[in-house]
Design a protein around this ligand. Structure first.
Ligand SMILES: CC(C)(COP(=O)(O)OP(=O)(O)OC[C@H]1O[C@@H](n2cnc3c(N)ncnc32)[C@H](O)[C@@H]1OP(=O)(O)O)[C@@H](O)C(=O)NCCC(=O)NCCS
Length: 187
């Protein structure tokens, strides 16, 4: 009987920690946009060369950084939030670098930071247009579908977060994530 780290056998390197926070420095913002381009242009082909739009002028960027020796080394997670009308906030451009998915709950924690930050800024509703393959992921995080839509030619759902599950907090939060590999026994 051997013990395997579930889902991690093929990973060349497993970071010991990540930080999640609002992007503040030029280095964080550059990495945030580079990651979005990597995921939404190169990987998913949703946009041709650049996924930036007018919302980037007003949205609050949130990042996850992979740390080496306790220092942020690379931006590997991104999401942005903005207010569309008084009390109504939206999240968009959620992305985790492919090498860091299903590892440290980075996507889930970016969503938590996004919704709780908006809640702290007065959100009474928090919405997102979610790609169909991620609807279950959001449902598990206490979101409900408001209906199917098509966006950028792809199937999405308009979804709403249960704010009771996302306590309001300020904009100065920094969260440390430490991947906790689950083990499984193999014969
Ligand atoms: C969707 C995405 C952000 C998820 O990020 P992630 O860091 O891999 O997610 P997490 O590690 O936080 O996942 C938390 C849990 O949800 C599960 N999960 C992740 N993606 C899922 C999906 N699409 N469907 C169902 N479950 C999923 C994970 O296995 C994990 O389960 P566990 O708690 O039992 O271990 C990431 O896959 C991604 O960037 N995809 C490409 C871009 C994209 O689709 N963006 C979203 C647009 S709506």
């Amino acid at each position: 009987m051997n013990t395997l780290l579930d889902g991690m056998e093929s990973r060349p390197f497993i970071p010991t920690e990540y930080v999640v926070r609002l992007a503040r420095t030029p280095w964080e913002r550059t990495g945030y946009h580079a990651l979005r381009r990597n995921v939404f242009c190169t990987e998913q082909h949703v946009f041709a060369h650049d996924d930036r739009d007018a919302l980037d002028d007003v949205a609050i960027p949130i990042i996850a950084a992979c740390c080496i020796a306790g220092m942020p080394d690379r931006i590997v997670g991104a999401v942005r939030i903005h207010e569309t009308e008084p009390g109504v906030w939206r999240g968009s451009r959620l992305a985790v670098h492919a090498d860091h998915r299903k590892l440290g709950r980075i996507g889930a924690e970016l969503i938590r930071m996004a919704v709780s930050t908006a809640h702290g800024l007065g959100a009474t509703r928090f919405l997102a247009q979610v790609q169909e393959q991620n609807v279950l992921f959001f449902r598990r995080l206490h979101w409900k579908s408001l209906g199917a839509i098509t966006l950028h030619g792809l199937p999405h759902h308009d979804m709403q977060a249960d704010l009771a599950r996302y306590p309001a907090h300020g904009q100065d939060q920094t969260w440390l994530l430490r991947p906790q590999p689950r083990t499984r026994q193999v014969a």
